[in-house]
Design a protein around this ligand. Structure first.
Ligand code: ADP
Ligand code: MG
Length: 339
């Protein structure tokens, strides 16, 4: 392997965009820019969180990174090689090394099959494992995710929500992937179960060393699971950096509002819950200039006319605000906000 390839991140996106053109019933509707010009890198063994409000493009970005849907512009590289135009055989091999765990385990599992069989399905697909050889693999995978192997004969509806998500995680790990995208994997679970699944994912990641992207709308979850965080707003990354540093001192006004909205992360002035002002954003009508400017009380003329690029504000930190590097507001410039 050349030094260049060795030095390249495990997963790298360059200028990655996804535009959905509205069709069918809504053919008069404008196209939706779900993801716009995203550059990001995931290093081996690290967990990158992607946070932002519903509809900001997190799931689309996750699918793009896995090559599960085509990019409108830009590209994704895995170990330095573009996913675009790979021969089918290499695509299949790569599929096994990149996995997706999403929010709803009921939708991910086949209701008619015992969960044990489903956990080793990727092995049968990817490695043509003989049927009789499944038992040790099922035992090993169930044990890795803290499930009793006695549950292997059950059907999905006979398990709890937390157990089902453990099954889905076990299945994603069956092929020993190098890269896993977790798309809001705990959002549908009770709070008490959420903490267990987060601890499980963190433990598995440390043990097995895979790299991950953890998608969430909840900063509290992100703090416990990720090394770095990328904050998205209307399809673009507006801030990125080590999770502890970003949460302690957010540079972008949008991140400041998100942080301020979580009482335990940072108490809002006067103890009030903060809320962003203005209308909720729509990916089919992205404001010109800085897309966040209509909701930002600190916006000035330049913000309405010029889109700020994501730029370094400190070592390892970047922000896409015209004023990030120049000033820090004394208090978040928002009335209040609820996620
Ligand atoms: P998030 O996961 O952050 O909630 P999504 O990636 O699901 O956001 O969606 C981003 C935007 O793209 C939304 O406006 C959504 O309606 C739109 N979108 C997502 N998938 C499609 C699709 N297949 N066709 C058309 N629009 C889509
Ligand atoms: Mg989503």
């Amino acid at each position: 392997m050349s030094p260049f390839l060795e030095a390249s991140p495990l997963v790298q996106a360059r200028g990655l965009s996804r535009i959905y053109s509205a069709g069918g019933w809504f053919s008069a509707a404008p196209p939706v820019a779900a993801v716009g010009k995203v550059d990001l890198a995931v290093e081996r063994g690290e967990m990158l969180a992607i946070v932002g409000e519903s509809g900001c493009g997190k799931s689309t970005l996750g699918r793009l990174l896995l090559g599960l849907e085509p990019a409108s512009t830009g590209e994704v590289r895995f170990e330095g090689r573009s996913l675009r135009g790979l021969p089918a055989r290499e695509q299949r091999a790569l599929r096994a090394r990149m996995q997706l765990v999403f929010q709803n385990p009921m939708a991910a599992l086949d209701p008619r099959l015992p969960v044990g069989i489903q956990v080793v399905e990727p092995l049968a697909i990817h490695r043509s494992l003989a049927a009789g050889a499944n038992r040790p693999a099922i035992e090993q995978l169930f044990s890795a995710v803290g499930l009793s192997v006695e549950l292997a004969g059950r059907f999905p509806h006979q398990l709890s929500g937390g157990q089902r998500q453990r099954v889905v995680i076990a299945r994603a790990l069956a092929t020993q992937p190098d890269f896993v995208v977790f798309d809001e994997p705990v959002s549908a679970l009770d709070v008490s179960v959420q903490a267990q699944i987060i601890a499980l994912i963190r433990g598995l990641q440390r043990e097995r060393g895979f790299a991950g992207v953890f998608i969430s709308h909840d900063l509290r979850v992100v703090r416990h699971i990720a090394d770095r965080v990328a904050v998205m707003y209307l399809g673009r990354i507006v801030e990125e950096g080590p999770v502890a540093s970003v949460l302690a001192a957010p540079a972008h006004p949008y991140t400041q509002a998100l942080v301020a909205s979580v009482p335990r992360l940072k108490r809002a002035p006067g103890g009030a819950r903060l809320r962003l002002k203005g209308d909720p954003p729509s990916a089919s009508a992205i404001p010109p200039g800085c897309a966040f400017h209509p909701r930002c009380a600190a916006a000035e003329a330049v913000c309405r006319g010029e889109r700020p690029a994501l730029h370094a504000t400190a070592p390892g930190r970047s922000s896409a605000c015209h004023f990030s590097a120049l000033r820090k507001p004394a208090a978040p410039p928002f009335e209040s906000m609820r996620l």
